[in-house]
Design a binder for this molecule. Structure first.
Ligand code: ADP
Ligand code: VHF
Length: 370
């Protein structure tokens, strides 16, 4: 069946662990599998790391650079080299590709998010495989995805994918880092975020020598993607043929069930494009009204206002214990909200001295968390 598949491959699978040189046979096998999926009618997006690792190998550097400027320079060397290799391999399969480099800022503004969305739609309709990476050379810290696991989950949400594959150098998720704990138990299926919390997976501190996030960012990515209705799989990058087996129903790797919570495009942008800069703590009545009755947030239900934000920015809505219950676009700035919190809607014009919106977060601009 034709479906939309996002595949993320990490540096640890694309390069040789010792030398940092490209793992050509892995890349060739991956390209073959992705081209096969395309020929079968699926839409395919590849999120590929490796710019920094490949750049380091090209420049003879034996350790990942620490300074931001050096990382950005090295990524500029590696990204071009990486795309050249992909284009050579995909061309052998007569499969056109495109390079898409993104930063966090591209998804925050609604008009830019829609623009990126439309570009992906066009590329996929043209039968092209977009190859996505963070635009490491220009991304500044505040506007970074930070790791490609998160980026791939946001892309999977953006294109409304059916599947997200996170390819790495371990065959699946374990109860603990199998590199340091030989007793770590394999985990094959995760049915819900609640079950994941119960499993109390340990993730160690970092990833492999060249990787960025380790398992922590893969689990976070699986949470984002499954929350957007995308089935997510963590599996070994060295055996790309497994993708076809998994799509045919084999239980390989760790499979995370998608949550039955279809978002529309605007809700996906609010949930995954925007970054919250503020937090509103709500009373029990407001939590109930939002979570179970599908109502808008009114000023009367706000107990506390935190963070810095202007009107139309994204804020997180939390219950008294600080647990996130929703995210939404707020109609007032922090300063205004501090004056009107706890008050009835009809008092707002009197307190502020001007007529504003009746709701603080309208239900059309609000997306519930898990
Ligand atoms: N609970 C766990 N299960 C599996 N692997 C884990 C776990 N905790 C930490 N790891 C480590 O995460 C590494 C993969 O992360 P990383 O190096 O960032 O990969 P990539 O480059 O593919 O993104 C594995 O090599 C493994 O040692
Ligand atoms: N954007 C960076 C990769 C960041 C990243 O998440 O790396 P990895 O953990 O190997 O997937 C690069 O191309 O080197």
């Amino acid at each position: 069946m034709a479906q939309t598949v996002v595949v993320k491959i990490g540096t640890s699978s694309l390069t040789q662990p010792e030398t940092g040189q490209l793992a050509l046979s892995t890349i060739a096998a991956l390209v073959e599998v992705l081209s096969t999926l395309r020929q079968q009618g699926s839409q395919v997006v590849l999120v590929s790391s490796g710019a920094i690792g490949v750049g380091c190998a090209r420049l003879g550097m034996t350790d990942r650079p620490k300074s931001i400027a050096l990382k950005q320079a090295v990524a500029a060397v590696g990204q071009g080299r990486l795309m050249r290799i992909y284009d050579d391999f995909f061309t052998a399969m007569q499969q056109p590709i495109a390079q898409v480099l993104l930063t966090r800022g591209d998804l925050i503004e609604r008009s830019r998010y829609v623009n990126v969305y439309r570009t992906f739609q066009e590329l996929l309709q043209l039968g092209v495989v977009p190859i996505v990476n963070e635009n490491d050379t220009v991304a500044v810290d505040e506007l970074k995805f930070g790791d490609n696991d998160t980026l791939s989950a946001l892309v999977a949400s953006l294109v409304d994918a059916d599947w997200l594959f996170l390819l790495t150098d371990v065959d699946r998720l374990y109860s603990d880092d199998p590199r340091s704990n030989p007793d770590a138990q394999p985990i094959s299926r995760v049915q819900s975020i609640k079950q994941l919390a119960e499993l109390q997976v340990q993730t160690g501190s970092a990833g492999s020598r060249w990787g960025t996030g380790g398992m922590v960012t893969k689990i976070a990515a699986a949470q984002i993607a499954t929350g957007a209705g995308v089935r997510t799989v963590i599996t070994q990058g060295r055996s790309p043929m497994n993708l076809l087996k998994i799509l045919a129903g084999e239980a390989i790797g760790t499979q995370f069930e998608p949550q039955p919570r279809p978002f529309n495009a605007r809700q996906r942008w609010i949930a995954h494009g925007l970054v919250s800069t503020g937090k509103l703590i709500l009373d029990d009545g407001a939590v109930e009204a939002i979570s179970n009755a599908g109502k808008s947030l009114l000023a009367a239900g706000i107990l506390q206002v935190e963070g810095e934000f202007e009107s139309h920015d994204a804020v997180t809505l939390c219950d008294r214990s600080g647990l996130e219950i929703a995210k939404g676009l707020v109609n007032y700035s922090r300063e205004e909200l501090q004056k009107i919190q706890g008050h009835q809607s009809e008092e707002i014009p009197i307190i502020l001295g001007y007529e504003g919106a009746e709701t603080i977060v309208h239900r059309d601009n609000l997306v519930l968390s898990h």
